[in-house]
Design a protein around this ligand. Structure first.
Ligand code: TXA
Ligand code: MG
Length: 342
């Protein structure tokens, strides 16, 4: 299905499933989502069950029209209006104080609610057909990399949801930026395609949760979901940081040893380095300077290592400025914060 052609009969059917309390997986511009009626407590419970996700981890409510916002939040601050004007529809999630209409099952017991307006056309039409409020976490089993193609949704959720809509490849490949507007100052809880710099073009000052690029030991991250092991491939992943020459040498030496111990090895490389590795499975996530491509390819590559049953994986580290911050945030979580400087 392409962006231009959206099968209306399919959308109506999918909308009906959600309105009747069922679940539909669907594409968004960031990653595929697992959608249910956000205002129906039993739908939210089903989402947690289908994902195998702890129920204290709140869901994002997806809307298709700005007019839908006011009835699920206590108030819309001026900052949110400005941000919505600039970034919605798009990969920005904002956190508000919730209204009574939103069940605690959807917010994981919190008094606040996360809201996003996706730009993907299938997502927008589905949200309208479903009644306007679709709760949707990423459409993966808890802990696994978020799906960027429908095949990986099916791998994780086939038989657990009523319908999976195949919308082809996603555009962005990493989950939305999450911005908390309920604290004194706006704070980024999860970095994404909309960077701090872009947000600061609209808001005077934006803070960042201190756990974004660090292990959160002792410190509870403010987005409950960020405390869980995440995005992880089945093989053991280590990030290696340093000059290109040293990184390549370190990874080749270690993979050689693992190989000798009968372990299947893999490397997350870049276009610049892919030909330099001697390992079982080597994948490039793109050119080093092209962070949009790296963002889009990362989860697919992590999943491909599972397809290939790779047991030990090394990844080159990336620059953590701009979208690179979101890339490193996901990569470090996937690696359980195993990072080596060489
Ligand atoms: O791009 C996205 O945001 C994708 C697509 C499907 O829209 N969705 C997504 O949802 O990534 P999920 O459930 O995988 O991640 C939602 C994150 C979790 O870390 C959760 O803890 C946080 O948002 N979150 C949700 N509501 C929150 C709230 N009220 N306060 C703080 N964090 C919240
Ligand atoms: Mg997720």
């Amino acid at each position: 299905m392409t962006e231009e052609y959206v099968d209306q009969a399919l959308i109506r059917e999918a909308g009906r499933i959600i309105r009747e309390g069922g679940l539909v997986a669907f594409p968004t511009e960031t990653v595929y989502g697992l959608g249910g009626d956000a205002l129906n407590p039993s739908s939210s419970k089903k989402i947690y069950a289908a994902k195998g996700r702890p129920s204290d981890n709140p869901l994002i409510i997806h809307i298709a029209d700005l007019s839908a916002l006011s009835s699920i939040v206590r108030e819309v601050p001026e900052s949110a209006e400005k941000l919505a004007l600039r970034f919605w529809p798009g990969p920005l999630t904002m956190i508000f104080h919730k209204s009574e209409r939103v069940p605690f099952e959807t917010t994981g017991g919190l008094d606040t609610v996360a809201v996003r307006m996706p730009s993907n056309r299938i997502a927008q039409e589905l949200i309208r057909a479903a009644g306007g409020y679709v709760a949707a976490p990423s459409a993966n089993r808890s802990g696994r990399p978020s799906p960027t193609i429908a095949k990986y949704v099916a791998e994780d959720l086939e038989g657990r949801v009523e319908m999976i809509i195949d919308g082809g490849d996603v555009e962005i490949g990493l989950e939305s930026t999450i911005l908390d507007l309920t604290a004194d100052r706006p704070m980024i809880l999860r970095p994404g395609y909309i960077t701090r710099q872009k947000l600061e073009e609209v808001l005077y000052e934006v803070e960042e949760d201190s756990t974004i690029l660090k292990d959160d030991c002792g410190q509870a991250p403010k987005a409950p979901g960020m405390k869980y092991r995440h995005y992880a491939p089945r093989g053991e992943l280590t990030v290696v940081k340093g000059t290109e020459e040293r990184v390549v040498r370190y990874i080749n030496e270690h993979c050689h040893t693992w190989h000798g111990n009968n372990k299947k090895t893999g490397v997350i490389a870049t276009d610049e380095t892919i030909s330099l590795y001697h390992v079982d499975v080597c994948r490039s996530v793109g050119g080093r300077a092209d962070e949009e491509t790296i963002a889009r390819e990362l989860y697919r590559v992590l999943r491909e290592f599972d397809d290939e049953k790779v047991e030990v994986i090394y990844a080159e580290a990336f620059d953590d400025s701009g979208i690179g911050q979101a890339i490193m945030n996901r990569l470090l979580k996937a690696a359980g914060y195993r990072i080596i400087s060489v």
